[in-house]
Design a protein around this ligand. Structure first.
Ligand SMILES: O=C[C@H](O)COP(=O)(O)O
Length: 244
């Protein structure tokens, strides 16, 4: 069993310009409660979000990072740039970036390794498509993604299980389905990393809302949530945090 405190991470995806900083301010001002909270806004808002969250327990993260330290990579952002902007964590390998093999497991591993080496927490996303679940391939897909995408040590590592078919659809797996995959992820982490793997947080993501958060967060080996749409307002994000 991992994390003493559950971790609730908001992924704003490609939403948010200056007016949405009010949501960050409101989340930062709320009592921290039992959860460790983080918001990952677009790159353009990270520095201002970090300033708005300064002095609070709210962490600010990014949604992607390049694996290289620096170089001729037009449009890309390095770990040093994220840290310079005030980010302390980064999501890597989200299915919206893995889609159509735009990002491979090896690239995700390189990004996660660069992030944890630089001192950032890396949230590595994995998850099956609907066709893979229907074909009974869920656990094989998860195992392959874990084997190929994780860094070689568990330091500053967080894993997020996000079934692709549950993202933004309002559909969630059944509680036994979530528990089964999280148990498989835990087994992989323990086998591979020993005690640190037993303590690595495993988040669930995919249509987490205030209404279903308490049940999902109460499942074994669910150490928190990675929240998309419901993280875009302080009210719904804090309602999910309150379910911890
Ligand atoms: O990173 C977050 C996930 O993709 C979940 O998004 P969602 O909560 O809008 O389904």
């Amino acid at each position: 069993m991992a994390a003493a405190r559950k971790m609730i991470v908001g992924n704003w995806k490609m939403f948010g310009t200056a007016p949405m900083l009010a949501e960050i301010t409101a989340i930062a001002a709320a009592p921290a409660g039992n959860a460790k909270l983080a918001i990952c806004p677009p790159f353009t808002l990270i520095e201002r979000a970090a300033r708005a969250a300064q002095g609070s327990a709210l962490a600010i993260g990014a949604q992607d990072v390049h694996a290289a330290d620096k170089g001729a990579h037009t449009g890309c952002i390095s770990t040093a740039m994220l840290i310079d902007s005030g980010a302390t964590l980064v999501i890597v390998g989200h299915s919206e970036r893995r889609a159509d093999n735009f990002e491979t497991d090896a690239q995700v591993k390189a990004k996660a390794t660069a992030a944890v080496t630089a001192g950032l927490e890396a949230i590595v996303c994995i998850g099956e498509t609907e066709a893979q679940r229907d074909n009974g391939q869920t656990l094989t897909v998860i195992e392959t993604q874990l084997a190929g995408s994780l860094p070689d040590a568990a330091d500053r590592l967080v894993v997020a299980y996000e079934p692709v078919w549950a993202i933004g659809t309002g559909r969630t797996p059944t509680e036994p389905q979530v528990a089964e995959v999280h148990a498989a992820i835990r087994a992989h982490l323990e086998k591979r990393f020993g005690a640190p793997g037993a303590a690595t947080p495993i988040l669930y993501g995919g249509s987490v809302k205030p209404e279903n958060a308490a049940n999902l967060l109460g499942l074994p080996n669910v150490d928190g949530a990675l929240v998309g749409g419901a993280s875009l307002t302080a009210a719904s994000f804090l309602a999910i945090a309150a379910a911890v």
